[in-house]
Design a protein. Structure first.
Length: 169
């Protein structure tokens, strides 16, 4: 691809991959979220077409039942805004259908923030008031570290595997 390629100014890049050889040109803005919007120029040839990652990957929630336990698998970032609200709505829907034993599988969550943790706490309290129980599945990693630091694993039983969580009921 001859010559420089300019990425449009309105595009937000989450991460710069050094293999793309991007250099900032004038006119960056810092957004309230902390992300920086910068026009970039491609300084060396790169593979074409140039594909950029979206700002956030959508969150996916799968609900299934096994042995009278509702299992909710969450995929994607569990952070403030739509992801936390989406999980809360899914959990509320399961509770309204009469589920009293719920396992939330967080193994496919790369990130959780205080809003995601708050969603889990709210549902756990609601279930306890209604005679139900919540169990979490979260293997080692950043999310497990966040649950440990906030001491959530002491308040909501957390297991490394789904089978261990199911055996706890």
């Amino acid at each position: 691809m001859p010559g420089p390629f300019t990425i449009p100014n309105d595009m937000i890049l989450n991460e710069l991959v050094t293999t793309l050889f991007l250099e900032p040109v004038c006119g960056h803005r810092i957004m309230p979220s902390g992300l920086v919007t910068v026009p970039y120029t491609l300084t060396k040839e790169a593979a074409w077409p140039l594909t950029l990652m979206p700002e956030r990957l959508p969150m996916e929630i799968n609900v299934r039942e096994a042995s009278g336990v509702s299992i909710i698998e969450v995929h994607g970032r569990l952070t403030i805004g739509e992801p936390a609200e989406q999980l809360y709505a899914a959990l509320q829907s399961v509770v309204k259908k009469g589920a009293r034993k719920i396992v939330v599988v967080l193994n496919a969550i790369p990130q959780i923030d205080s809003s995601g943790i708050s969603t889990l706490v709210r549902i756990s309290i609601q279930l306890a008031r209604e005679g139900g129980v919540l169990r979490l599945v979260c293997g080692p990693g950043r999310v497990r570290d966040a649950l440990t630091v906030t001491r959530l694993i002491e308040a909501i039983p957390t297991f490394d595997t789904e089978s261990a969580a199911l055996a706890n009921f």
